[in-house]
Design a protein around this ligand. Structure first.
Ligand code: ADP
Ligand code: MG
Length: 332
């Protein structure tokens, strides 16, 4: 498909991603262990309610490497929350492969599921009220998961909580309760809570959904810092396409499948400065299927069948029904 190339100067994104990869490699014990931290292959989730089946995920493929920061975008109802609930161990898939950090999510015992949810993943919800306990201060909220896990009690726990609140930019508000914080401050605090026990992966389901644009950008900044400083793999779901500017890789989900991907790569410009170039790709699954962008389908009024022609270096897609040139009648 045609690549949409757009150039903008976001100077520190490449550096941040590089640092995240370096930290992730340190955690994993070598850069050769970065591949496939999260792997979904032909992932299917069918919900059955009152005899009606809803196929929320229909063969979704996705590979995310250790230390990556990936945004998942898609219209409401496309299966984003279903995917995140599966990956965070809250829900079980119907079929396919879902693996995170060597945990097979289709075959978890109750006990392993609990340890997975406690130790391996952290989660930030859209509803600010769901992330923090209202009667604890910001610092106490961050300390709580460490205390429940029986690690870093007392002064060490307090020090780590302060460090994390510093990373997300709300250390000066450490003694306030959630009710005394703005929505954006609460969500940044929630990011600190979610990584308190040093998880390998952080999932956030529309963490900026209830915030205005500027405040949302601060929350994204917090996620980027956590990713770079701790080497945590971060997956953020959002319906806001503007976040593509904030991350290196954006995956688009349509009808329960990964449809396309935007990758931003750093290039050295003519004047020697670093610029980020974004390119859009269609996703090809293992069996060779891909989804055409809706705009392309509409532009050529493509329906039911298309003609494919293999050219030396590309594939041509043409409408299946050719218009007759001579008499204007339609050829079947
Ligand atoms: N628990 C459920 N029971 C029945 N259908 C569900 C359930 N959860 C989600 N769905 C359906 O699955 C589809 C995907 O939903 P969801 O993953 O929440 O989408 P998104 O987060 O992208 O808006 C929707 O059609 C939704 O109605
Ligand atoms: Mg959702």
């Amino acid at each position: 498909m045609t690549a949409t190339a757009e150039v903008s100067a976001v100077p520190d994104l490449a550096t941040l991603q590089q640092r995240a990869a370096q930290r992730a490699a340190e955690r994993a014990g070598g850069s050769d262990r970065l591949r496939g931290h999260i792997v979904c292959d032909g992932l299917v989730r069918i919900f059955k309610t009152e005899g009606v089946e809803v196929v929320a995920l229909q063969g979704l493929d996705l590979v995310i490497d250790r230390g990556e920061l990936v945004a998942i975008v898609g219209a409401s109802g496309s299966g984003k929350s279903t995917l995140l609930n599966i990956l965070s161990g809250l829900d079980t898939p119907t079929a396919g492969i879902a693996r995170v950090a060597d945990y097979d999510l289709l075959a978890l015992s109750a006990r392993r599921r609990l340890s997975y949810r406690r130790r391996v993943v952290g989660f930030v919800w859209q509803q600010t009220g769901r992330n923090l306990l209202p009667y604890l201060t910001a610092r106490e909220n961050v300390e709580l998961p460490m205390r429940l896990a029986g690690r870093l009690r007392g002064r060490a726990g307090r020090r780590r909580a302060t460090e994390l609140l510093e990373m997300v930019g709300v250390a000066h508000l450490a003694d306030r309760r959630p009710g005394q914080l703005s929505g954006g401050e609460q969500q940044r605090c929630a990011v600190a809570v979610a990584v308190a026990n040093d998880p390998e992966v952080l999932f956030a389901d529309e963490p900026t959904g209830e915030l205005d644009e500027a405040t949302g950008a601060d929350v994204f900044g917090a996620l980027r810092t956590i990713n770079a400083e701790l080497g945590v793999t971060v997956v953020v779901v959002t319906h806001d396409h503007a976040v593509a500017d904030q991350v290196r890789r954006t995956v688009a989900i349509r009808d329960g499948r990964t449809a396309s991907e935007v990758r931003r790569t750093a290039r050295i410009g003519e004047d020697g400065s670093t610029e980020l170039v974004s390119e859009e790709y269609a996703v090809l699954d293992r069996t060779g299927r891909m989804q055409l962008p809706a705009a392309f389908v509409d532009a050529l009024a493509l329906r039911e069948r298309v003609r494919l022609t293999l050219e030396p270096d590309h594939v041509q897609v043409r409408p299946g029904q050719e218009q007759s040139q001579s008499d204007g009648g339609s050829a079947e």
